[in-house]
Every structure is written in structure tokens, then in C-alpha cells.
Design a protein around this ligand. Structure first.
Ligand SMILES: Cc1cc2nc3c(=O)[nH]c(=O)nc-3n(C[C@H](O)[C@H](O)[C@H](O)COP(=O)(O)OP(=O)(O)OC[C@H]3O[C@@H](n4cnc5c(N)ncnc54)[C@H](O)[C@@H]3O)c2cc1C
Length: 440
């Protein structure tokens, strides 16, 4: 049985796929020599949601709500509930997710296991910062409730723990109050990387949600030009709000031929997108869906890269060296013609993540997509690794399919302490790769 991660590479065979319908059925998934990995909605790009030649436990059928306290804004649900279903339930009561990634089609279990971040890291930290408690099933049959004050070490290992500490059965977390489902959005055009660095950190403090798009095909004086997008939930007393748009999503129509996305078409897209922002600054009131989830309106957009798939390369580097690192990465990207269709830049703030292996650290994070062209693409990313390594940065496991054991172990120094919390029957393709002896 093969299972595709979002980047469609690697595609590996699994010996067994279990799909428990009820939480109580999860107790039956263990029991032989095969290792096991719980998975959510496979929105991770690489091999952190794969367990080649072994077992995966698809948790998406365990998708029931358990409790919703509308006064305090606290929700408890099974781990397979999608963030999209939570939004449908809570937004009419003026609550929102405390932290959300760029797609609403991830499960709560996946949000915990990758300790996901969103556009508000500078003020709210990661998803794990808002988790009040969860229940973890281990292969010895034990069910343990964990919170920051109860079984705190297992709590810290499981938040960002890549599914390796056991199966998360349900999660309770706190929500954020909103005044309306609309966002007052400000777009600011920046002409190059220096411009971004100059304005982004002061602009961040004005907005609860911030993200920038970069034209990574630009070069010369325009290297790193892009559009900064800041937003706050709109107060209906201070803004005229439009009608709520009808939900709309279209499937990506075909398996794209591999020539469709090439340097020229990506360059043209980037020029058009940058050109759409005709004014240096513009203000809009928009529904939260296009602001947070612009790509979700095209279902299965990952087919756009053709059958060989693509890699997402997301790194974070400390602020000190960020400008020169970003310039170097973007220069090489433009020069080699590996231009990314979408490149997203965000600043991470100082709020400490609760997870032992959480990805965010204070600094700048850039995510770029590269079509999988085999050895050429791998060699290019290896070149980028050296830059990130020497700047003291790291790559995001949720997006990764190829970082070396050396780089993982250097960038995540807690990894060996974390290993003590791994369930003896849990493993993943990612973990076997990055936990190899770095000297081997
Ligand atoms: C378009 C797009 C935009 C994205 N934007 C962001 C972003 O802005 N920020 C960000 O942080 N991430 C982002 N991501 C990545 C995504 O949020 C994470 O990969 C997320 O973990 C995927 O959740 P999932 O439910 O699909 O889980 P999967 O991808 O299936 O699994 C992810 C991990 O969770 C573990 N897991 C899942 N369920 C359980 C469970 N019940 N018990 C134990 N372990 C479990 C798996 O073992 C695996 O390690 C984006 C992904 C896409 C496709």
C-alpha cells in the first residue's frame, strides 16, 4: 500500500494501514513486531508522516467533538478532527483557532505532532502553547493524560514529537476571541530584501497576523522584492463588513505534465503577482478564508508539480544574519533557475515553544517549493543546507524529505533526550533517516 505525502515524494510501500473508527479501537493496532505511526490528513510534505514497510494508523475517522465551552473558548475533540470542521463550529460563536497553518485541512493530532505555527507566531507562539491537555495511548496499553502540569515531560515530548511518543487520542485547547469573521488587511509592497528587513519587524507589532510573499525569481536591485500582508480581525463597529462569501473550492483539473512549471512560467507568475499590487500600500476588508487559506480554494494543487512531486524547503535562521542568508539563498535560487512558484517569509517571535523538538526559534523563516527534478534539485538543496547550517538555522521536519542526520542532530540538540520518550513500537521513515548515527 503506498501513501502519498503532500509533496508526493517519497512514495513508499506500507505493510499495513489501520483505520480505527473509534478511539477504543486504537488499542488494537499494536501487537506484532511491526512499528507503527499514527497519521492525520497527510498534509506534511515529506516522510515525517510515512513508515515504509511497516504500519500506519490513519486517525481521520476518529473525528468527533467531545466538548465546546462557548463561554471560556475551550474545545476538546478527537485527534482526527480537521481544523476546517473546528472553524465551522466555532466561528459562528466568535471564536477562532489560536494558531493556524496555511491550510485548514490538517488534523488536530497533526497540529500537535508538528507543533505547527501560523502568521501570528510573534504574538501567540505555536499551537502547542495553547494545548491544555491531551490523552496519549502507548503500545503497552497505557492511556496517559498529559498537560503542562501533569506528566509534563511526556507533554513536552509529544508536542512537536512527530507522532513518535504514541497515539494522541484527543486534545483540549483554548481558542481566540474574534469580533467578526473578517480581517482588515494591509498590503505593503517592498522593493528588495533590505526594504523587508527595515520594515517588517516594526510593522509586525501593528498586526496580529503577518506574512510576506517574495518574488524569488527577481534579481539585482530587486532581489527579494515582495508584498507584506498584515491583518487583524475586523471590529464590526469600526468597519463596514462585506457579506460572507459562499464557500468555493475547485479541484486541480489534471495531473500536470512536468514541463508546465518551468523557470519561465514561474517567473511570469511571480511578475504578475508582484504587479497586482499596484499601490505601495493598500487596505482591504476580507473574509478570513482567503487571508489564511489562499491555496485551499484549489483542491489538490500539489498535482501542479506533476507526478514526480516537489520539495518544500522551509528553514529558520536567527535575525542577526537573516538578511545576508536570505540574499544568498535567493541569489542562488534565481541563478540556478530553481525559482519557487510560491515563497513565503515570516518572522518568528520570542515566545518559547513547549515542545522538545518544535521547529520555531526567534528569527526569519522562508518556505519555497522546488519541483522534484531528481539529483539536480537534491544537489541544489544540499548547497542551501550549508548556508543554513553556518547561520545556526534549521529545517522544518514537517516539510522535509531529505535532510541529513548530521544536520538534524546539530539543529535539534534535544533529539537524544527526546529519544527516551519514543514509544518502543513507534517509528517513521523520517525518524529512521535522521536518527542514524551521524558518523555512519
Ligand atoms: C498548503 C499547506 C500549508 C501549510 N502551512 C503550514 C504553516 O503555515 N505552518 C505549519 O506549521 N505547517 C504548515 N503546513 C504543514 C502542516 O500544517 C503539518 O504538516 C501538519 O502536521 C499536517 O497535519 P496532518 O493532519 O495532515 O498530519 P500528517 O501530515 O498526516 O502527520 C503529521 C505528523 O503528525 C503525526 N500525527 C498525526 N496524527 C497523530 C495522532 N493522532 N497521534 C500522534 N501523532 C499523530 C504523524 O505521525 C506525523 O508525524 C502546511 C501544509 C500545507 C499542505
Amino acid at each position: 500500500m503506498h501513501v502519498e505525502p503532500w509533496g508526493r515524494t517519497p512514495i513508499v510501500e506500507h505493510a499495513d494501514v489501520k483505520r480505527p473508527a473509534w478511539l477504543r479501537d486504537c488499542a488494537d493496532v499494536w501487537g506484532d513486531d511491526m512499528t507503527t505511526l499514527a497519521i492525520g490528513n497527510l498534509r506534511s510534505y515529506g516522510d515525517s508522516c510515512l513508515n515504509d514497510n511497516a504500519r500506519i494508523v490513519d486517525m481521520t475517522q476518529c473525528s468527533r467533538f467531545i466538548a465546546f465551552d462557548k463561554e471560556r473558548g475551550v474545545i476538546r475533540c478527537e485527534a482526527g478532527v480537521l481544523l476546517s470542521d473546528i472553524l465551522n463550529l466555532i466561528v459562528p460563536y466568535n471564536w477562532f483557532l489560536p494558531v493556524t497553518p496555511g491550510t485548514k485541512f490538517v488534523t488536530v493530532g497533526g497540529a500537535v505532532a508538528n507543533d505547527i505555527h501560523g502568521k501570528n507566531h510573534h504574538c501567540k507562539g505555536t499551537f502547542g502553547c495553547h494545548v491544555l491537555r491531551f490523552e496519549l495511548l502507548r503500545s503497552d496499553g497505557s492511556r496517559t493524560e498529559c498537560s503542562p502540569g501533569e506528566n509534563a515531560e511526556l507533554f513536552a515530548a509529544t508536542i512537536g514529537g512527530l507522532g513518535l511518543t504514541g497515539i494522541v487520542l484527543w486534545v483540549e485547547f483554548s481558542l481566540t476571541r474574534i469580533a467578526s469573521p473578517f480581517i482588515t488587511q494591509t498590503n505593503i509592497r517592498f522593493g528588495n530584501m533590505d526594504d523587508y528587513m527595515l520594515h517588517s519587524r516594526t510593522s509586525d507589532s501593528k498586526y496580529d497576523y503577518v506574512v510576506s510573499w517574495i518574488d524569488c525569481a527577481s534579481s539585482g536591485a530587486s532581489l527579494g522584492r515582495g508584498i507584506f500582508m498584515g491583518g487583524n480581525f475586523a471590529d464590526p463597529l469600526a468597519n463596514t463588513l462585506p457579506a460572507v462569501p459562499a464557500p468555493r473550492s475547485i479541484p486541480f483539473p489534471i495531473e500536470a505534465p512536468s514541463w508546465m512549471l518551468n523557470t519561465l512560467s514561474i517567473k511570469a507568475f511571480n511578475m504578475l503577482y508582484y504587479g497586482k499590487q499596484t499601490k505601495p500600500v493598500s487596505h482591504h476588508v476580507v473574509h478570513y478564508e482567503p487571508f489564511f487559506y489562499p491555496l485551499d480554494s484549489i483542491l489538490h494543487w500539489n498535482k501542479m508539480y506533476g507526478k514526480n512531486g516537489f520539495f518544500q524547503y522551509q528553514f529558520v535562521v536567527p535575525f542577526d544574519d537573516a538578511a545576508s542568508v536570505l540574499r544568498d539563498v535567493l541569489k542562488r535560487t534565481a541563478r540556478t533557475g530553481n525559482a519557487s512558484f510560491l515563497a513565503v517569509l515570516k518572522n518568528f517571535g520570542a515566545i518559547q515553544s513547549p515542545g522538545m523538538l518544535s521547529f520555531p526559534m526567534e528569527g526569519v523563516t522562508l518556505a519555497m517549493d522546488f519541483k522534484n527534478e531528481g539529483g539536480k534539485t537534491l544537489a541544489f538543496m544540499t548547497e542551501l543546507d550549508a548556508i543554513i547550517r553556518s547561520a545556526g538555522g534549521r529545517l522544518y521536519p514537517a516539510k522535509d524529505a531529505r535532510m541529513t542526520a548530521e544536520d538534524f542532530q546539530r539543529a535539534y540538540p534535544n533529539w537524544s533526550a527526546f529519544a527516551a520518550f519514543i514509544d518502543p513500537q513507534c517509528s517513521s521513515t523520517f525518524w529512521r533517516r535522521v536518527s542514524r548515527s551521524a558518523m555512519a
